[in-house]
Design a protein around this ligand. Structure first.
Ligand code: IPM
Ligand code: MG
Length: 349
């Protein structure tokens, strides 16, 4: 049975790294069919909207989505509904992709690329389970004026108990497949949303007596992430805190160019993207690190197509390429995107 992969490359370095990931998938000799559609600023330029109906339709129809990046400073002047970022937020919401898995580990050889001391960095092997369709990202937004005539901006932070419970379950299940430890990150000392979060996570924990659950305030978690990231196995947290902590985790693990992600809705359908952005400063130069996109393609095989063995092979090939000294600029080397991709392909055989 042929699997349809929607390729939404997007803006900036998105097309370069997505092409690399597609090249690796094609080299696996699997029964895959690829179909492209514009998204983000590129789609606004081509069709007047960051998420055109045809792109959304392809995303709905496909078995899985390989996504690059969106964001283009030329579009920052547009009204929010038309900005490139709305494409990825719209896809997450429309497809109900509430569970975002963001694994971070230090690849052997990248100790020096990490912002942390090598011995501290070496211990990093964690997954951030980020809720992706709620929180302050999707709450009511408005602008207004205070009684004193000052301009005011408002974004409502909210979760209901069902949203918290379903992401908590993903956190517990992920911990069950790994080291059996789950750290729930919130700001329950200040936020009512977080107090509900914590209450619900504790209730769900009753179904997972085998998992060691801890709770941490997000400010402390951010500090612990640089002090001793090796303490974390699985972190479950809300949309905003997960966004911030995953960027932080990436630099601890060497480079934001190395971290993949999966956005899942529980049906097997998923959207797979590097956690990095469109990097307009290096776009079109062939210098971007394709590893995060390639590792995202591996996650696609594993989570949407049930192809664990080829996924392992891709991940091993990336690890071997890195261990063998292959480095793009972000990792302190000088390889082009293509050369880096080839050193991964060479290890797939
Ligand atoms: C991410 C990105 C997005 C987010 C942006 C591009 C909307 O930073 O996937 O982490 O904030 O979720
Ligand atoms: Mg982010």
């Amino acid at each position: 049975m042929t699997h349809l992969i929607a390729v939404l490359a997007g803006d900036g370095i998105g097309p370069e790294v997505t092409a690399a990931a597609q090249q690796v998938l094609e080299a696996m000799n699997l029964d895959l069919r690829f179909e492209d559609a514009p998204v983000g600023g590129a789609a606004y330029d081509a069709a007047g909207h960051p998420l055109p109906p045809a792109t959304l339709a392809l995303a709905r129809k496909a078995d899985a989505i390989l996504f690059g990046a969106v964001g283009d400073p030329r579009h920052d002047m547009l009204m929010r509904e038309l900005r490139p970022e709305q494409a990825i937020l719209g896809l997450r919401k429309e497809l109900g992709l509430f569970a975002n898995l963001r694994p971070a580990r230090l690849f052997e050889g990248l100790e020096d690329a990490s912002a942390l001391k090598p011995d501290i960095a070496r211990a990093i092997d964690l997954v951030i389970v980020r809720e992706l369709t709620g929180d302050v990202y999707f709450g009511l937004k408005s602008r207004g004026t205070t009684a004193e005539g000052l301009r005011e901006g408002r974004d409502l932070m909210r979760y209901d108990e069902a949203e918290v419970a379903r992401i908590a379950r993903v956190g517990f299940e992920t911990a069950r497949r790994r080291g059996g430890r789950l750290c729930s990150v919130d700001k329950a000392n200040v936020l009512e949303t977080s107090q509900l979060w914590r209450d619900v996570v504790i209730e769900v924990a009753a179904d997972y007596p085998d998992i060691a659950l801890t709770h941490m305030y997000v400010d402390n978690a951010s500090m612990q992430m640089v002090r001793d990231p090796g303490q974390f196995d699985v972190i479950v947290t809300g949309n905003l805190f997960g966004d911030i902590l995953s960027d932080q985790a990436s630099m601890c693990a060497g480079s934001i160019g190395m971290l993949p992600s999966a956005a899942l809705n529980g049906t097997g359908k998923g959207l797979y993207e590097p956690i990095h952005g469109s990097a307009p400063d290096i776009a079109g130069q062939g210098r971007a690190n394709p590893c995060a996109a390639i590792l995202s393609a591996a996650m696609l095989l594993r989570h949407s197509l049930g192809m664990a063995e080829p996924a392992d092979r891709i991940e091993r090939a990336v690890a071997q390429a890195i261990a063998g000294g292959a480095r793009t600029g972000d990792l302190g080397g000088a390889l082009s995107t293509q050369a880096m991709t080839h050193s991964v392909l060479a290890r797939i055989g």
